[in-house]
Design a protein around this ligand. Structure first.
Ligand code: HEC
Ligand code: HEC
Ligand code: HEC
Length: 122
């Protein structure tokens, strides 16, 4: 009885976890931050990539959520001024927990998303 029961429950768990991991894969994907696109374009830097998974394997969710960032893409009003003052990414990217935000090209790495609504308007 027990021997028959075990494989069935392992199968059940496998199905359960594969469902969870695919849902999480979406949450952990790299996030492109470009709500300040106009200013970034003027300054000649690319859009920012936040590698969520890279950070997630180093820190628990609650290190960042929701004290530093609320869990909503584009909702945190991140600016270089705030980063340099030790807020947002600058809580860690301050030369102590992680490298300082002086190396622009480490964060500003993505091409801007195409903007369908204004394409061809220039
Ligand atoms: C090092 C900090 C950090 C850690 C740790 C972290 N996150 Fe995030 N998370 C962020 C940032 C930054 C954003 C993007 C916020 C923005 O766009 O303003 C974000 C966004 C999100 C979003 C919104 C995504 C969207 O498309 O709207 C969810 C959901 C999320 N995180 C879940 C989690 C979960 C669950 C964990 C732990 C398993 C976690 N995060 C760990 C920094 C972190
Ligand atoms: C809770 C602390 C914490 C916060 C908040 C944080 N980071 Fe990081 N970040 C780290 C650490 C630690 C590293 C690894 C540093 C190292 O390898 O020396 C890192 C590395 C990175 C890397 C390099 C990844 C790689 O593949 O080497 C990028 C890009 C990055 N962070 C962007 C950001 C951005 C953008 C934000 C804000 C939206 C942010 N980080 C917020 C701690 C943080
Ligand atoms: C730790 C990651 C990180 C580094 C390093 C970094 N930035 Fe940023 N930067 C960001 C994030 C995050 C935003 C906000 C993006 C958004 O949400 O639109 C931003 C926004 C900006 C903006 C537009 C908004 C504003 O505050 O003016 C400019 C311009 C900018 N960065 C220039 C730079 C320059 C120049 C450097 C190098 C001296 C640099 N950044 C280094 C993460 C970084």
């Amino acid at each position: 009885m027990f021997r028959n029961f075990v494989p069935a429950s392992i199968l059940g768990l496998a199905v359960f976890f594969s469902g969870v991991s695919s849902a999480y894969a979406l949450e952990y994907a790299d996030i492109v931050l470009e709500s300040t696109r106009d200013s970034m374009e003027k300054a000649g830097v690319k859009a920012v990539v936040f590698p969520h998974w890279f950070h997630r394997i180093r820190f628990k969710c609650k290190v960042c959520h929701e004290n530093i960032f609320i869990m909503k893409k584009g909702a945190n009003n991140i600016s270089m001024r705030r980063i340099m003052e030790g807020e947002a990414c600058g809580v860690c990217h301050n030369g102590q927990i992680a490298w300082e935000a002086l190396y622009c090209e480490r964060c500003h790495t993505a091409d801007f998303q195409p903007m369908a609504s204004t394409a061809g308007a220039k």
